[in-house]
Ligand binder design. Structure first.
Ligand SMILES: [Fe+2]
Length: 633
């Protein structure tokens, strides 16, 4: 037996022993949860309105979900339809859907049935039939506003706005365990015991506030990610209805992981349209399997860690990496935390996967791993898979940079997300693990921002209730290497930001980093390490900028009768649009009905390319003017 093998065995035995000692028990959630009836961020009357609204929302199982496509130019759609029909999506540059491009997809032959109580059932006698419908589209370009419609029950939906951002420098918002319905069993300030549908009502309200808050603070968001447990009960369609209800969910693409609460039913795979899924399926759950996609310069690989067959995960990682050799960053997301710090899972079920997955992260040079499951926040040091001398662990801690910047680091950093809705929180484990660089349990919802550009990958985590960096968390930036060209490009980008858009305190720090970066750029003798450090410091300072007060207040939501504010860019951060035309020109009539006869059958990227050129000629500017006008309600 060689040394490596014996280490692995030792790790596995240890892991199994620890699981056995924990009895695989599922510990109860804490008493801490986010009671929507007293949510301080809700606008006066919003909760009362929502309770009324919920009575229709909860049985609307036909909400569309936009899933990330195979790359940033593609968007995948899925929805349930009551009618057997060919699913279609059409996309245009104006709300009247003129010159729309139409895409057709596929619908499941066999319907699913949903009972009047929102439960998945087996037969037509028990519930109503719905057909899972999926369409993939392609050809979207960056920094463009589109409108899309989906064909459902024999008619086109209303035209829904979708705006793209920069592709090469992008931002993704990461949410942990929304788990709509997980507050089940709690009692609200109104003395309501959270039974099934009341729990979903509570958590869906808070989910909307989290999305609105996060998007108001990050109007340049490209797409959304959730690290599993979108719902609490995989067969409960009320919870899917609540999760997909926020307007933001119809205007941003989403990438989800399969959580343990999502995994025991096919509802997950029918609600989402994941790209590059099905490469390897051995051991797959009823919900689905691993998938991957690229976005800008990053490869994202999403694993279903309910499946303990790591040969399946490796097969997917191998193919994804081989197909995309030129990406700058590799990110893996899965639900079950293998390096977290929660009391309920981090020293039990996570360890079983840890022994097998950590070497894969090394083998495929994964930079960042995103995790959920433990409803606490933590971030690790950079970790590698080689064991320590006494074989007591299965990882090595590379350096001990707790916060700040790391240049060309060894190994992988693991982020553990707390609950984004507060439907359930867990305690931190008493003895903090040595791999944990920072951790917190604030009993408040939070989300993370991934800001990625050519040379830097930055992670920052925010408290939804304060809008500030989460307590005991810090901004973390990775730079692999950077030369003077990279530094100058980063400086140019930084100079585009406008002082008045940000708080003076955060701007002062940013201006200092910018001046320091310029000094390094001007220094002909600056070594490469110093150049890379300047790029990292500038990226970190950029991520730490705080939007000034003019940003739309999140408390304006949620009112389900209103259109989303947060999906629109606040004025303060709008990019100057050189092509924007005066409003008096040809702004389309916002009340105009979408054309019933769009251009069809032209799914070619070339056609979309023509749309993109039109956009460049000023059409997008016209649309944008119309959008600004319609915001005032
Ligand atoms: Fe969870």
């Amino acid at each position: 037996m060689n040394l490596k093998k014996s280490k692995k065995l030792a790790c596995t035995v240890l892991a199994l022993a620890m699981v056995a000692s924990s009895g695989m028990s599922v510990l109860a959630a804490t008493e801490h949860w986010n009671d929507a009836s007293i949510n301080p961020q809700a606008e006066s009357g919003a909760w009362a309105n929502w309770k009324t609204e919920w009575e229709t929302v909860k049985t609307d199982y036909q909400k569309v979900a936009i899933t990330v496509g195979a790359d940033e130019t593609k968007l995948n759609f899925s929805w349930y339809s009551k009618t057997k029909e060919t699913p279609k999506v059409r996309v245009a540059l104006s709300k009247d859907m003129k010159n729309a491009v139409e895409f057709t997809g596929t619908q499941e032959e066999t319907p699913r049935y949903i009972s009047a109580e929102g439960k998945s059932v087996e037969t037509a006698e028990e519930g109503e039939a719905y057909y899972a419908s999926k369409v993939s589209t392609e050809g979207v370009t960056e920094n463009t506003t589109y409108y899309y419609q989906y064909f459902q029950n024999g008619e086109w939906s209303e035209a829904i706005e979708f705006t793209t951002q920069d592709f090469d420098s992008y931002k993704a918002l990461l949410f942990g365990d929304p788990q709509i319905g997980a507050c089940k069993g709690q009692t609200s300030s109104e003395n309501d015991e959270m039974a099934d549908y009341l729990a979903a009502r509570n958590d869906a309200f808070n989910w909307n506030i989290t999305l609105e808050t996060a998007l108001a603070a990050n109007p340049d968001t490209n797409f959304l990610m959730t690290a599993g447990d979108q719902v609490n009960s995989s067969s409960n369609e009320y919870e899917y209805a609540g999760f997909l209800n926020p307007d933001a969910m119809q205007s941003y693409a989403l990438s989800t992981a399969i959580g343990n609460h999502d995994s025991s039913n096919s509802n997950y795979s029918d609600h989402y349209n994941n790209p590059n899924s099905g490469v390897a399926t051995e051991g797959m759950t009823q919900a689905g399997t691993d998938y991957y996609y690229t976005y800008g310069n990053t490869l994202f690989i999403i694993l279903d860690t309910n499946n303990y067959n790591c040969a399946t995960h490796e097969a997917v990682m191998k193919q994804a990496v081989e197909e995309n050799p030129d990406v700058q960053w590799r990110v893996v997301m899965f639900h079950q935390d293998i390096y977290g710090s929660g009391k309920d899972h981090s020293d039990s079920d996570g360890i079983v996967l840890r022994t097998q997955l950590t070497p894969l992260m090394d083998k495929y040079n994964i930079d960042v791993v995103l995790q959920g499951h433990d409803h606490t926040y933590s971030r690790t040091y950079q970790l590698s898979s080689t064991g320590t001398e006494d074989n007591s662990t299965c990882y090595t801690i590379n350096g001990k940079v707790a916060s700040g910047t790391v240049i060309d680091p060894e190994g992988t950093v693991y982020l553990e997300t707390n609950s984004s809705t507060g439907s359930k929180f867990y305690d931190l484990i008493v003895n903090q693990q040595d791999y944990v660089a920072e951790r917190s349990q604030t009993w408040t919802p939070s989300y993370s921002v991934l800001s990625v550009d050519e040379n830097s990958f930055t992670i920052a985590t925010y408290d939804v209730t304060t809008g500030e960096l989460l307590s005991d968390s810090s901004v973390y930036t990775i730079v692999k290497s950077a030369d003077k060209t990279d530094l100058n490009a980063a400086i140019e980008e930084a100079k585009k930001l406008v002082k008045d858009d940000y708080t003076s305190e955060s701007w002062t720090a940013f201006a200092g980093a910018l001046a320091a970066a310029e000094a390094v750029a001007a220094d002909d003798t600056a070594p490469e390490s110093e150049v890379a450090q300047a790029v990292a410091d500038l990226a970190k300072a950029k991520a730490e900028l705080v939007l000034a007060e003019e940003t739309p207040a999140p408390t304006e939501k949620p009112d389900a009768t209103e259109k989303p504010e947060a999906t629109e860019k606040p004025d303060a951060t709008e990019k100057p649009d050189a092509t924007q035309k005066p409003e008096a020109t040809t702004a389309p009539n916002a009340t105009e009905k979408p054309s019933e006869n769009p251009t069809t059958g032209s799914n070619s990227p070339l056609f979309y390319g023509v749309l993109a050129v039109l956009s460049g000629l000023g059409l997008a500017g016209v649309i944008y003017t119309e959008k600004k006008k319609s915001r005032v309600r």
